[in-house]
Design a protein around this ligand. Structure first.
Ligand code: CP
Ligand code: NVA
Length: 317
């Protein structure tokens, strides 16, 4: 196992599209092993002296801090900057920022509005670049959710995840994760809030066997759910649309009435942050079926697995 590969092209995670299904499984395996070691009190110092740089245009509790905690646990440290501090507000070009920042860093995470910005940054980067959320994708959330599903159900293939809400960045990354793993994915969304047709068309063309569906009736959809999943109705950057979205999603709240239509064994998942009282009630968030804090903790375990895979393994072994 080689540590860092300065003479090789870095691998990136700008989207799950950057991984093959076998590589995705290898990342999950690495994370699960590191989590088990962590539970046994082990913190292998794989990346002593390594620098994680994080450049965020949007707020974050889980992603920013789980990545930094993960790198510290592995022996390295983190630096954090906003796009204004990085000079991405017009002070200098993206290519110059990427070239300079990645000459100080071993791995970079980016949280942006534009997915293209992350892909362009990766193009100029000397080290692995990880998408820490864009308007279109949230690959680390989807990988973490697969880890949580594997832990909870002892398998991923054939498990039915019903996502009740907006066909947003989290939904799209979960749909892609489903296509790559055999998870069954159903989005229950009001008309006009489906995943973009270009995305689903491309997904179906690339993964003809994918069990990825879109419906409008959440009560019918959850009847065969192993997992009922939701996310905010207005994502970061859509604050101006909040009122319109609250009206559009009024029949899509995950509450006890909806959960009672799902099998009693069904789990509740949410990537967080949650707007309690809107997309989900306190009763469901705090119920015995809810595994939202396990999901949130797993962001840190997934982050260590992802760092290890990107910086050391970079293959599907
Ligand atoms: N789930 C998630 O990405 O949370 P943050 O926005 O707090 O990072
Ligand atoms: N869809 C949400 C996810 C937050 C983690 C957003 O983009 O704001």
């Amino acid at each position: 196992m080689s540590v860092n590969r300065p003479n090789q092209m870095p691998r990136h995670l700008t989207s799950l599209d950057d991984l093959t299904p076998n590589e995705l499984q290898a990342v999950l395996n690495r994370a699960a092993k590191l989590k088990e070691a962590y539970r046994n009190g082990e913190r292998p110092q794989l990346f002593s002296g390594y620098v994680l740089a994080q450049l965020f245009e949007k707020p974050s509790l889980r992603t920013r801090n789980s990545f930094e905690a993960a790198m510290v646990q592995l022996g390295g440290g983190g630096i954090f900057l906003t796009t204004a501090e990085a000079g991405l507000n017009g002070r200098e070009s993206l290519a110059d920022v990427a070239n300079v920042l990645t000459s100080y860093s071993d791995v970079v995470t980016l949280r942006t509005f534009s997915q293209q910005l992350i892909e362009d940054f990766a193009h100029h980067s000397k080290c692995p670049v990880i998408n820490a959320l864009s308007d279109d994708r949230h690959p680390c959330q989807a990988l973490t959710d697969l880890l949580t599903i594997q832990e909870t159900f002892n398998r991923i293939k054939g498990i039915h995840l019903v996502f009740v809400g907006d066909g947003n960045n989290v939904a799209m990354s979960l749909a892609l994760a489903a296509a790559m793993t055999g998870l069954k994915f159903t989005l229950a969304a009001p008309n006009g809030f489906e995943m973009p047709a270009e995305f689903t068309g491309d997904l179906r063309a690339r993964f003809p066997d994918a069990d990825v569906n879109e419906v409008t009736d959440p009560f019918e959809a959850v009847q065969t759910a192993d997992i009922v999943y939701t996310d905010v109705w207005a994502s970061m950057g859509q604050e101006d649309e909040a009122e319109r979205r609250i009206a559009a999603f009024s029949g899509y709240q995950v509450n006890q009435a909806l959960m009672s239509c799902a099998p009693s064994s069904a789990k509740f998942m949410h990537d967080l942050p949650a707007k309690r009282g809107l997309e989900v009630t306190d009763e469901v968030m705090d119920s015995g079926s809810s595994i939202v804090y396990q999901q949130a903790e797993n962001r840190m375990h997934l982050a260590r697995g992802l760092f290890a895979w990107l910086l050391q393994d970079g293959s599907d072994d």
